[in-house]
Design a protein around this ligand. Structure first.
Ligand SMILES: [Fe+2]
Ligand SMILES: [Fe+2]
Length: 262
């Protein structure tokens, strides 16, 4: 327990988290190889809720050749990323504050904007394009889910993680009590991921039809931005912050979930 916050940042450069390790997980590569993120996104490889799979397994499940994907990651130039540099080396307190100030604030700003756009688009095109009404309903459910979820993180979980980090040298007993709320937050990420996945499918990956008016186009663009931001947000929590808190994801649970994949 004393070492709960001794995050394995030193292992980031060791064999364990390299492309040469056949057992390396997608989540570990997402943290240690920023260039991998664009490849994972390109091939719809889940590095958030399903990130505890090995790269081999994730590729096989997606019908991809692991060697080809490994080669593509290896040869990909580092892309400008929405993931902050070396986030895995930040303190948990700093990372939690960053997530709140960057991602939570963005979600709160974007929700009313996207809801207003969807209202307009549905009023103009909903009768002839029924999928728009389904997207509006899914987004409404997603917004409600996320607002409740972020509130729980800000009021309860993140302060508890900070307290535990601050007391790590005195053997603070909070570590065990964090397991249940972290698991709950991960399960809520899966629910949000399901809704986002549904919106992604309904919109054919945010592909606007030829007849789309400017508002329709902006709506899909904003939804895509929201999807991308949520992916980064959940990655920072599941794969970095919660692991700093000593939580080991339940591999079996993750095997059952494909929420952030295609
Ligand atoms: Fe969050
Ligand atoms: Fe979260």
């Amino acid at each position: 327990m004393l070492n709960t916050f001794v995050y394995k940042q030193n292992n980031m450069s060791t064999f364990e988290n390299t492309l040469d390790n056949p057992g390396v997980t997608v989540a570990a590569l997402a943290v240690s190889h920023p260039a991998a993120l664009s490849v994972f996104t390109k091939y719809n490889i889940d590095y958030c809720c399903g990130g505890n799979r090995s790269l081999e397994e994730a590729c096989l499940r997606a019908g991809l050749n692991p060697d080809k994907i490994r080669e593509e990651i290896f040869s990909s130039p580092a892309q400008p990323s929405s993931i902050p540099m070396r986030a895995e080396q930040w303190s948990a307190a700093l990372l939690a504050d960053y997530i709140v100030q960057n991602h939570h604030e963005y979600v709160r700003r974007a929700i009313p904007e996207i809801e207003a756009l969807l209202e307009k688009v549905c009023a103009a095109h909903g009768n002839d394009n029924l999928w728009l009404l389904n997207i509006q309903q899914d987004f409404s459910d997603l917004a409600e889910e996320l607002l409740n979820h972020m509130n729980k993180e800000e009021v309860a979980l993140f302060p508890a993680i900070k307290r535990m980090e601050a007391h790590q040298d005195s053997g603070h007993p909070l570590a065990d009590t964090l397991q249940a709320p972290i698991t709950m937050m991960e399960q809520e990420h899966v629910i949000a991921g399901d809704l986002m996945k549904s919106i992604r499918g309904l919109s054919s990956h945010y592909t606007v039809p030829e007849f789309a008016c400017p508002t329709y186009r902006v709506t899909y663009q904003k939804l895509k931005e929201f999807d991308d931001d949520l992916m980064t947000h959940v990655h920072l929590e599941n794969n970095i912050l919660f692991r700093k808190a000593g939580h080991v994801c339940n591999h079996q649970d993750n095997l059952a979930n494909d929420q952030f994949t295609n």
